[in-house]
Each structure stands twice: as structure tokens, then as C-alpha cells.
Design a protein around this ligand. Structure first.
Ligand SMILES: Cc1cc2nc3c(=O)[nH]c(=O)nc-3n(C[C@H](O)[C@H](O)[C@H](O)COP(=O)(O)OP(=O)(O)OC[C@H]3O[C@@H](n4cnc5c(N)ncnc54)[C@H](O)[C@@H]3O)c2cc1C
Length: 312
């Protein structure tokens, strides 16, 4: 059965592009999963603001970026998905600050920072996806995360109203942003520090090569499957501080577990991969089985870091 919400939208009001039954799963990093009833790629921020104002508040609405951190379930996504493409991908440098649209790729932001001699943003170079996704996930790597470089995030509310949020409004924790769920990030201002381009470039190169040797970056994957347990969670079950999710996955037989076409990567046991013919349910069942095994053995629930989106 196919679904569509196109009759709930007056498409003539907008410059942007609508696609019915858009095959989002195939475009996600996992390369599997269902379709979105309706996909809207706004032409600019005004187009998006009008859409948010007009789209019925009771209808489901979701914004997605590079889909590097999500499983799109096989039954697809009801309602409308917003995707921020080229019109939202501009990057501008002012001194040690970088203004980036929420559709800009993290890698492009890192590259612009290097070119301008701005240090501190190079961790973004190997985090797939967009600025919007990085804000929502408080993405981070090698000891730096979005919260360390953010000056302000520009957002549209569910009714299309514009606001600028500062660091305190974002409620950042490890891989978590407490800003209201219904907002759409449209841009961000980041700040680094002035440094020699050659020094920043060397650090960026090092990050890239470490990542290449430790993560399955050319596989169909979604990054870390589970958030690493907090110090308090580990203390409660008597495990040493710093124990990582991948170590628990290994201890419960995660290296040899395969469900359909889904298994954990040999290169990094917290990275789940689609070996070729996985459906989204295989990925989710694998994650749930590992959560169960870890709980049975250690008494701790691992939390999904990957977002599971849509209907099974
Ligand atoms: C090989 C690989 C390596 C990775 N390594 C890392 C790593 O080192 N560190 C790390 O933190 N992550 C890592 N990830 C995960 C992923 O890259 C990050 O979570 C990234 O921030 C996701 O961005 P995205 O644009 O793809 O978001 P999506 O996956 O599209 O969406 C993620 C969430 O953000 C929301 N969202 C997206 N855009 C917007 C917006 N404009 N407004 C509001 N909400 C929005 C979505 O609704 C969803 O809830 C890795 C992933 C892969 C595949």
C-alpha cells in the first residue's frame, strides 16, 4: 500500500519540490528501509517558513539531514519529511566564526575552517551528515563536540516563526540536544580559534587516517549503534569507568551474531552494518538482541544512539 499526504498541501504556494512516496531508506547510509509518504525540499528559508505555517499541526512532520544516523523502518514514514538541500548549504567565514546553513555537510564546514586558518572544527571532518543533524545529535569525535564550538543555532518553530538559540537553550549532553523536538534547525554559528592553516590541516589529516583505520567508513552503516554507558551507569553495575559499548557487545557474542543481512562490523563492534541484503528490521532486531544480551549479562540497558524512524 502506498500513502500520500499531497492532498493536505497546496503545492502551488511553494517554490520547493515535493516528492510522493520518496525512497528515503535507499538514500540513508544503511541503504535499506521504506519510503516517506511525502518529501519536501524547500527552496529557501521563507519557503520553509510558509510551509511550516500552512502544514496542518496534527499531521506528522520530520526533518532529516544526511541520514547518517538513522534506520528508516521498512514500513516507511507517515506524513511529510523535510530535507534541506543546496539552498541551506551555504558556508560563510567571518574572522574565527563560521556561519553554516543546516544543510551544509560537516565535512564542508571542516574544510572551510581549515582553509580560513580556523582551528577546533576539524573533528567535523569525519562525521558524515549535515549541520542540522550534528546540532540535533550534539555530534562529536576525538574529545570535541558541537557544544564546544556553537555560538548560536538558528531555528524555525513548528509554526514557521524564526528564533536564534544560544548554547544554554540547546540543553546539550552526550549525543543529545534538549532543544524542543518540533523545531527545524536552519543554520548555526560556530567559533574556532585562529591558527596556522598548515597546523590545522595536519590535525585534520591525522583524524581522517585514524578514522579510516578504526571505522568501517566505506560500509553501509550508521555510525555508533549504542551510546557509551555513562560513568554513573557503569558504577551502578560495578564496571570500570570508561568501559565502552563495543566491549560489552564483544562480551555477549556480538562478533559472531548475524540477523538476516545485519551484523556488527569486525573493524568496530559498535558499528552495525548492512552486509548487502539487510532489511531495516534485521538491523533493529540485531540491536535489540544485543541490548537484551547485555542486560541479561551485565544488568545495564545500552541506549540506541541510532535513531529508528518510521513504521516497522
Ligand atoms: C561512518 C560513520 C561514522 C560516524 N561517526 C560519528 C562520530 O564520530 N561522531 C558522531 O557524533 N556521529 C557519528 N556518526 C553519526 C552521524 O554522522 C551523526 O549523528 C550526524 O550528526 C548525523 O547527521 P545527519 O545530517 O545525517 O542526520 P540524520 O541522520 O538525517 O538525522 C539525525 C537526527 O537529526 C535530526 N535532524 C537532522 N537535520 C535536522 C534539522 N535541520 N533540524 C532538526 N533536526 C534535524 C533528525 O530528525 C534525526 O533525529 C557517524 C556515522 C557514520 C555513518
Amino acid at each position: 500500500m502506498t500513502h500520500s499526504n499531497i492532498n493536505k498541501v497546496n503545492v502551488n504556494l511553494y517554490e520547493g519540490i515535493f516528492t510522493e512516496n520518496a525512497p528515503l531508506g535507499q538514500k540513508s547510509w544503511f541503504k535499506c528501509g521504506g519510503t516517506a509518504d511525502l518529501l519536501f525540499a524547500p527552496d529557501d528559508i521563507d519557503d520553509l517558513a510558509v510551509f511550516l505555517k500552512e502544514y496542518p499541526p496534527e499531521e506528522p512532520l520530520l526533518v532529516l539531514g544526511g541520514m547518517a544516523n538513522c534506520i528508516i523502518r521498512d514500513g516507511g514514514i507517515r506524513g511529510c519529511v523535510i530535507t534541506l538541500g543546496k539552498p541551506f548549504a551555504e558556508i560563510e567565514v567571518q574572522g574565527t566564526r563560521i556561519m553554516a546553513g543546516a544543510g551544509a555537510l560537516n565535512g564542508s564546514v571542516a574544510a572551510a575552517a581549515v582553509k580560513a586558518g580556523i582551528g577546533g572544527l576539524e573533528f567535523l571532518s569525519g562525521i558524515p551528515g549535515t549541520v542540522g543533524g550534528a546540532l540535533r545529535m550534539n555530534a562529536g569525535a576525538y574529545g570535541t563536540e558541537i557544544k564546544d564550538i556553537l555560538i548560536a543555532a538558528m531555528v524555525l518553530g513548528r509554526n514557521g516563526s524564526f528564533a536564534s538559540l544560544d548554547l544554554d537553550d540547546m540543553g546539550f549532553r552526550y549525543r543529545y540536544c534538549g532543544a524542543p523536538k518540533e523545531i527545524t534547525f536552519v543554520g548555526a554559528i560556530f567559533e574556532g580559534k585562529a591558527e596556522e592553516t598548515s597546523v590545522v590541516r595536519a590535525r585534520l589529516k591525522e583524524i581522517k587516517s585514524t578514522r579510516q583505520s578504526t571505522q568501517p567508513i566505506s560500509e553501509k552503516t550508521g555510525g555508533s549503534t549504542f551510546a557509551n554507558p555513562s560513568a554513573a551507569e557503569l558504577e551502578a553495575i560495578g564496571l570500570p569507568e570508561g568501559t565502552r559499548a563495543w566491549q560489552m557487545v564483544e562480551k555477549v557474542g556480538g562478533r559472531d551474531l548475524q540477523i538476516g543481512g545485519a551484523r556488527m562490523s569486525d573493524k568496530h563492534l559498535n558499528f552495525m552494518i548492512n552486509t548487502g541484503d539487510a532489511i531495516a528490521a534485521d538491523l533493529e532486531n540485531l540491536g535489540d538482541e544485543l541490548i537484551k544480551r547485555v542486560h541479561d549479562q551485565f544488568g545495564l540497558y545500552l541506549h540506541w544512539e541510532i535513531r529508528r524512524i518510521g513504521e516497522a
